[in-house]
Design a protein around this ligand. Structure first.
Ligand SMILES: [Zn+2]
Length: 167
């Protein structure tokens, strides 16, 4: 884990049970990076970093939400505008960031939107949009930036297929 974080010798890790760990960073630089780039893909497991707030006990901390970059493919060029992309992003979660190219433009083969999602809810695979009246709907395909092992049956990130309790 410390190799993946590139913080060897700078972090202590303690297993506190229930699939939670306490990381103690020697350096605020590594700590900030771990938080900023969360979630991490650790051998195909989703690793979510959260900063403890106040005196909140570890048991009360919520790890059900994380932010993730999502690619939105097949968007009509006329829809590649900030306000429309924000609306599309809000269909899967709370929008945190919108990627712009080096020239500051949103144009490209696809849009990249960073979204806060609830990992206990099924991932959406696509969004249907109506580009023009009297025309067929357009299907916008979603590609998630970090894909750890997840449940292929119900689409949730917090367990794998063999542990699925969904009928
Ligand atoms: Zn499942």
């Amino acid at each position: 884990m410390t190799k993946i974080l590139q913080a060897e010798g700078n972090v202590g890790i303690e297993d506190t049970g229930d699939n939670t760990f306490v990381f103690e960073f020697q350096s605020s630089r590594y700590r900030s990076r771990a938080l900023k780039e969360s979630p991490w893909n650790f051998f195909r497991n989703l690793l979510i970093f959260k900063e403890p707030i106040g005196l909140k006990s570890l048991r009360l901390m919520d790890f059900e939400e994380t932010t993730i970059w999502v690619q939105f493919h097949n968007i009509p060029l006329a829809f590649m505008h900030e306000d429309i992309l924000l609306k599309l992003g809000r269909q899967i979660g709370m929008v945190v960031d919108l990627y712009r190219g080096e020239n500051g433009l949103l144009q490209g083969r696809f849009a990249r939107i960073r979204v806060r999602i609830n990992i206990t809810q099924p991932l959406k695979k696509c969004i249907r949009i109506c580009a023009m009246r009297d025309e067929d709907d357009t299907i916008v395909l979603l590609v998630y930036g970090i894909l750890p092992d997840f449940c292929y049956a119900c689409g949730r990130l917090d367990h794998v297929y063999r542990d699925c309790e969904d009928d």
